[in-house]
Design a protein. Structure first.
Length: 257
């Protein structure tokens, strides 16, 4: 770790074993860590006792202003950096995949702060691997889409175009879409996506209480009412995403450990 450089680090989905070697090395040398809400406690527990932890996260319906929160984070990064602290801005997953990381990077560039971006494993890829879902496969799934199921204005018009891609065989990974899932499913079916299209939702990816629910667009809302999932949840929808695991019933609705 350089003597005076600020690091924006992706922590992965939660399991400390999924930290990159570089992320782990940088964290162990940090003076201050600014961390998000969904970060696994095990990762925080592994930090040196001399390291100061500063919570800057946001959770669903906590009524925080995202703009005010971002200003606070930016000011903290600048002030701590100017004091000569070894600062790590620790973000869940990967900083640049639905993590607002680019907004913080732009601020660091504008204020001429020396920084480095350390990638992390994003929850969608971790979910697919944990549940053995073939999101890409030679001659079958040739593209992959990442999208959000929650927008600032509540508009879900991106799913009009996404629906077409699904009918062409492209799987889609939806972040932050659990609360709008009924609307998303209805929109997809109305746009011509087959009701038999597979859907898999993975809750609390990589945590000890990770859960998976599998079905199709036609029956998934009912299944979800019978077996509610906790947030955060990643949703994967596509024609060719059936898990490779032979006994799917043994995995679905049970802890994955």
């Amino acid at each position: 770790m350089q003597k005076h450089r600020l690091y924006v680090v992706g922590a992965g989905p939660g399991d400390p074993d999924l930290l990159t070697v570089k992320a782990h090395r940088v964290l162990l040398q940090a003076d201050v860590v600014l961390h998000d809400a969904l970060l696994g406690q095990e990762i925080l527990d592994m930090l040196p006792k001399r390291c100061e932890l500063v919570y800057v996260g946001k959770t669903y319906k906590d009524k925080q202003s995202q703009e005010e929160r971002m200003v606070r984070i930016n000011h903290l990064m600048r002030d701590l950096y100017e004091k000569g602290k070894k600062v790590v801005r620790l973000k869940t997953g990967d900083p640049l995949i639905f993590g607002r990381g680019i907004e913080e990077i732009r601020f660091l560039r504008e204020t001429k702060i020396d920084y480095e971006l350390v990638p992390g494993i994003t929850a969608g890829l971790a979910a697919a691997n944990n549940c053995q879902i073939p999101i890409t496969e030679r001659s079958i799934n040739r593209t992959l889409l990442f999208c959000t199921g929650t927008t600032l204005d509540g508009d879900l018009k991106q799913f009009d175009a996404i629906s077409t891609m699904i009918t062409l065989g492209t799987p889609v990974m939806i972040y932050m879409g659990l609360n709008n899932l009924d609307v998303i499913i209805e929109k997809m079916i109305n746009n011509g996506v087959s009701p038999q299209t597979s859907i898999c939702a993975v809750s609390k990816v990589s945590y000890p209480d990770e859960k998976m629910l599998f079905g199709n667009l036609e029956n998934f809302s009912t299944k979800l009412k019978e077996t509610p999932l906790a947030m955060p949840t990643v949703i994967i929808i596509g024609q060719n995403i059936d898990p490779v695991i032979e006994d799917i019933d043994q995995l679905a609705n049970h802890d994955i450990s």
